[in-house]
Design a protein around this ligand. Structure first.
Ligand code: XMP
Length: 326
């Protein structure tokens, strides 16, 4: 059994120098453990799995096999960034699976949020296990477990984590960042050369846009959500809000209202902006967004995104509104 307790003497990794020392130690340990065997990693493109991937690539290169499953519920550009950063720049052994149709077909007509989460979680495991079964000589499974996951394993995150991997996968675990806090993972990630926007990315739920395309998901409304969300992110980046706001996104409900465009009736869905600040996601407050920027975002979304004819702002703190709508 590996040690799951952070030693009290362990220094907080706040600088590149400290990160380098950590990386050197881990590279050494990983090599000693893995030797000439192969390691499998589910690479979502989130902060934790990306940092684990970069660390393992440094330690064992192509002995790491990364599998990126695109469930079709990713934000705009995310799978492309995984392919660019890991497949091209870091020359990783990366298997990319576009499973969009599998997920969206299973989700068709399902409106209950918990059922949607279960379907997405179970299908993810199925796709990943199918890929793993095709590979030969895998002895280890790498995971992006971080220290808060260990501390909170009975809490919110455990309930939320749909990405848990099948128990019958009989691999030994490699969890090189399991004693690190999130801020330390980010310093290590930047020191390993990962892009800033990947390492400082806001939290994104495992079921992705699936729980923001409210009710039964349809491809047209999911696409509208993805485009509107990309505009919101772009404008927050440009206007200095990306570093100030903890989580910001669009949700699109399954409601149509009347509008008018080019002198014609234009039925469309509303895009709901949610932008919150929090320390631990248990409570959250509303970030003030300047009105001129809200007008600009509204204008861009309604002009550029087919199917959206209104933009609304969610002003509800948590409690009483959860951060996600579903
Ligand atoms: P709520 O909506 O409960 O969200 O206020 C608190 C935080 O958890 C994230 N969240 C999830 N993360 N799988 C995840 O990995 C999920 O199913 C899930 N649901 C919510 C949410 O984005 C917020 O950061």
């Amino acid at each position: 059994m590996q040690n799951n307790k952070r030693p009290e003497t362990m220094q907080r990794i706040t600088t590149t120098e400290l990160a380098k020392t950590f990386i050197d130690e881990q590279v050494h340990e990983i090599r000693a453990k893995v030797q000439d065997k192969k390691v499998l990693l589910a690479l979502s493109g989130g902060v934790d799995s990306s940092v684990v991937a970069a660390l393992l690539i440094k330690a064992i290169g192509k002995q790491l096999v990364c599998v990126h499953v695109n469930h079709g519920l990713m934000r705009k550009g995310e799978s492309e960034q995984v392919i660019d950063v890991f497949g091209k720049n870091l020359d990783a052994n990366l298997i990319y699976i576009d499973a969009t149709d599998r997920f969206l077909d299973l989700l068709a007509g399902v409106s209950d949020p918990e059922k949607k989460r279960k379907i997405i979680g179970a299908e993810f495991i199925k796709v990943f296990a199918e890929e793993a079964a095709k590979l030969e000589g895998i002895a280890f499974l790498a995971q992006g477990t971080i220290y808060p996951d260990i501390l909170e394993s009975n809490g919110v995150k455990a309930h939320h984590n749909v990405g848990g991997l099948p128990k019958e996968m009989n691999f030994e675990l490699v969890e090189p960042i399991k004693l690190l806090f999130k801020d330390e993972v980010r310093v290590v990630g930047e020191t390993l050369g990962l892009p800033h926007n990947m390492v400082y990315r806001q939290p994104f739920p495992g079921p992705g846009l699936g729980v923001r395309c409210l009710g039964a998901i349809t491809r047209d409304r999911l696409n509208a959500l993805r485009e509107a969300d990309a505009i919101l992110r772009e404008e927050f980046d440009r206007n200095g809000l990306a570093d100030k706001v903890w989580q910001y996104f669009i949700a699109v409900p399954d409601i149509k209202s009347t509008g008018v465009k080019d002198n014609k009736r234009y039925e469309g869905w509303p895009a709901i902006i949610r932008a919150v600040n929090t320390k631990d996601a248990m409570t959250a407050s509303i970030e003030e967004i300047p009105y001129p920027l809200l007008h600009h975002i509204t204008n861009r979304i309604t002009c550029e995104v087919p199917g959206i004819n209104r933009v609304l702002l969610d002003l509800t703190p948590k409690p009483v509104g959860t951060i996600e709508w579903e």
